[in-house]
Design a protein. Structure first.
Length: 107
């Protein structure tokens, strides 16, 4: 039976505790999950940007290193063009392998 607020001295504290408990439950079910999802999206985006930056720097460094290595055997101009062809060929090969794997699970 519900308590009568006029005769029950603990009615206000019990009602307040119930409201606080319900609000905490709703907040933990809704807000906490949204905050975790937003954090995941932000950190994922930061990781993708940093990863892309690292990939570009690695590609530039490998081109420059290959050019310096090839310059020992040929002129600078030929070393530059040869390094473009070598790195471009490797990237085309990786792209071809990934292209062939795109429907491997569908079979």
């Amino acid at each position: 039976m519900p308590a009568n607020p006029l005769t029950d001295p603990n009615w206000a504290t019990e009602t307040t505790d119930t409201v606080v408990r319900i609000v905490d439950t709703v907040r933990s079910q809704a807000t906490t999950k949204v905050v975790y999802a937003a954090r995941g999206m932000v950190f994922g985006l930061i990781a993708a940007i940093v990863g892309l930056f690292a990939l570009v720097i690695l590609l530039i460094g490998s081109m420059r290193g290959l050019q310096a290595l090839l310059e020992l055997a040929m002129t600078w101009e030929r070393a530059v063009y040869t390094s473009y062809f070598v790195v471009g060929g490797m990237l085309c090969l990786v792209g071809l392998i990934l292209f062939k794997k795109r429907n491997a699970n569908a079979s």
